[in-house]
Write a protein that binds this ligand. Structure first.
Ligand code: PLP
Length: 416
C-alpha cells in the first residue's frame, strides 16, 4: 500500500539479532548449529573487501585485519566476563577448545567430569580422569562432586592439580547444571573448573567472573556466528607453561638454527599457530556485541514461553515421551529430546524433513552414555516396551516462533 508521501514502504529494516534462513524451511536444530545472525553476516561482509593477513603484513589492509582480530578478542572476552589477566584463545569450536585445555593441564592433573557430558567434554581428558555417575538432580551433582574431591584429596598427592569439567546446559535435555555451586565446591577443594558453555551461552548471559569458573569453552556456530571460530578463555598460567597446541608460525618469539632452538611465545599466540580465522573471530565478536546490547531477559522469556509450549504439547501426545535427567521442572534452555513410541527416530526425522520441511536432529547426540541412560529411564518411567534405541531433538532460539513449534507438534500428532 502506498504511504501518504506516495512511496511504497520497503521491507522492515533488519536488526542485528535477526537470523538468516530460507522461507518455508523450519529449522528446529539450533543446538547443532544455530542460524547465522544478521550481525555476523554484516560484520563479515563489511570486512571482506579488506581481507588480508593477520599479524603478518605491513600494508593497510593487513593492519586493519590485525586490528579487527584483536578487537574481536577484546569484545568476546568482555562479553564472557574474562578477568584482565586471562587469555582468550580463538579455536575452531568447543571441541578444539577443550582439547587445547586437555593438552595444557600440568602433568599429573586429575580431571573430574560427569558421565552426562557431551563427548567433547568426556573424551579429551588424560588417562586417570574420574567420571562421576549422572546425578538425579542438580543438588546431587554438587554433593557427588564434593564427595569425589574429598576422596581424591585424601587418596592422592594434594599438590597435584585437579580440574573439574562440566557443562552449563545439557545438549540432550537442555537442563541447566548448577555451575556456580560446582565452582564453589571445586575451589573449596583447591581444584579448578572449566565450563563447557556450548549450549548455555546461546541462551543466557555467561560471565566467567560471576560464575567464578577458571576456564570457559564455546562454539561460534552455536552462537549465531558461523565461519568456524570457537574460544577458550581462562587462567594464563597453565596455558603459558604448556607446549604450544599447534607448533608453527605465529606461536614463536625466537627460532634459532638448531633443530630445537625455539622460544615459544606466551599469551594467546602460543596456542594460535598458523594464520588465524579472522572472519570467524569477527563474526563471533559481532554477535557478542549485539547480544550485549540486547534485552537478554526479554529474549530468554520469549524462548521459555516457546519451550513451555513445546514441552506441554509433547506431554499431551501419548505416543511421544520426553527425555530428562533431572525433574520436569528443572530450569532448562530451549532444547527438548524425545522419542516417538514404536517409531524409528531416524525415520521420524526423515519424515519431518520430507513431509513437513522441519529440521530436527536424531541419534544419540554425541553424548552416548547419557542418551542411552535416558532412553532406559524413559522406558522405565512410562512402562513402554516400544521405545526406539535412539532419540529426536528439537531446539530453538532467536527467531523461533510458536507457529514453528505448532507445526512440529501437529506433525508428531500424525505419527500416533
Ligand atoms: C554441550 C556441548 N559441548 C560441546 C559440544 C561440541 O561443540 P563443537 O561441535 O562445536 O565442537 C557440543 C556440540 O553439540 C555440545 O552440545
Amino acid at each position: 500500500m502506498p504511504t501518504r508521501s506516495g512511496t511504497a514502504p520497503g521491507p522492515a529494516p533488519s536488526r542485528p539479532l535477526d537470523v538468516l534462513g530460507v522461507p518455508g524451511e523450519i529449522n528446529l536444530d539450533y543446538a547443532a548449529s544455530a542460524p547465522c545472525a544478521r550481525a555476523a553476516a554484516d560484520a563479515v561482509a563489511e570486512l571482506l573487501p579488506w581481507y588480508a593477513s593477520v599479524h603478518r603484513g605491513a600494508g593497510a589492509l593487513s593492519r586493519r585485519c590485525t586490528l579487527a582480530y584483536e578487537r574481536a578478542r577484546q569484545t568476546v572476552g568482555d562479553f564472557f566476563g574474562a578477568r584482565a589477566d586471562d587469555h582468550l584463545i580463538f579455536t575452531r569450536n568447543t571441541t578444539d577448545a577443550l582439547n587445547l585445555l586437555a593438552r595444557a593441564v600440568p602433568a599429573g592433573t586429575t580431571v573430574v567430569t560427569f558421565a552426562g557430558e557431551h563427548h567433547a567434554n568426556l573424551l579429551p581428558w588424560p588417562r586417570g580422569s574420574v567420571r562421576l555417575p549422572v546425578p538425579t538432580d542438580p543438588a546431587g551433582a554438587v554433593r557427588a562432586l564434593a564427595a569425589a574431591l574429598t576422596e581424591l584429596r585424601r587418596d592422592s598427592n594434594a599438590a597435584l592439580p585437579v580440574l573439574v569439567a562440566v557443562t552449563g546446559a545439557s545438549n540432550v535435555t537442555g537442563e541447566r547444571w548448577p555451575v556456580a555451586e560446582l565452582a564453589r565446591v571445586a575451589h573449596r577443594h583447591g581444584a579448578r573448573i572449566v565450563l563447557d558453555a556450548a549450549q548455555l551461552a546461546p541462551h543466557t548471559p555467561v560471565d566467567l567472573l560471576a560464575l567464578d569458573v577458571d576456564y570457559l569453552a564455546v562454539s561460534g556456530h552455536k552462537l549465531y556466528a558461523p565461519f568456524g571460530a570457537g574460544v577458550l578463555v581462562g587462567r594464563a598460567d597453565w596455558l603459558d607453561a604448556a607446549p604450544p597446541y599447534l607448533a608453527g608460525g605465529g606461536a614463536t618469539s625466537h627460532v634459532g638454527p638448531a633443530t630445537h632452538d625455539v622460544t615459544w611465545a606466551t599469551g594467546p599466540a602460543r596456542h594460535e599457530g598458523g594464520t588465524p580465522n579472522l572472519l570467524g573471530a569477527v563474526a563471533l565478536a559481532a554477535v557478542c556485541a549485539a547480544l550485549a546490547g540486547a534485552d537478554r531477559a526479554a529474549l530468554a522469556a520469549s524462548e521459555q514461553a516457546l519451550l513451555t509450549r513445546l514441552r506441554n504439547g509433547i506431554a499431551a501426545l501419548r505416543h511421544v515421551v520426553e527425555l530428562r535427567t533431572f525433574g520436569p521442572d528443572t530450569p532448562r534452555v530451549g532444547i527438548v529430546s524425545f522419542v516417538v513410541a514404536g517409531r524409528d527416530s531416524a525415520e521420524v526425522a526423515a519424515r519431518l524433513a520430507a513431509d513437513h520441511r522441519i529440521g530436527v536432529r536424531d541419534g544419540l547426540f554425541c553424548a552416548h552414555p547419557l542418551a542411552r541412560r535416558l532412553l532406559t529411564e524413559a522406558a522405565g518411567r512410562t512402562g513402554r516396551r516400544d521405545l526406539p534405541p535412539t532419540a529426536l531433538r528439537a531446539s530453538i532460539g532467536l527467531g523461533s516462533t510458536s507457529a514453528q513449534v505448532d507445526r512440529l507438534l501437529a506433525a508428531l500428532a500424525t505419527l500416533g
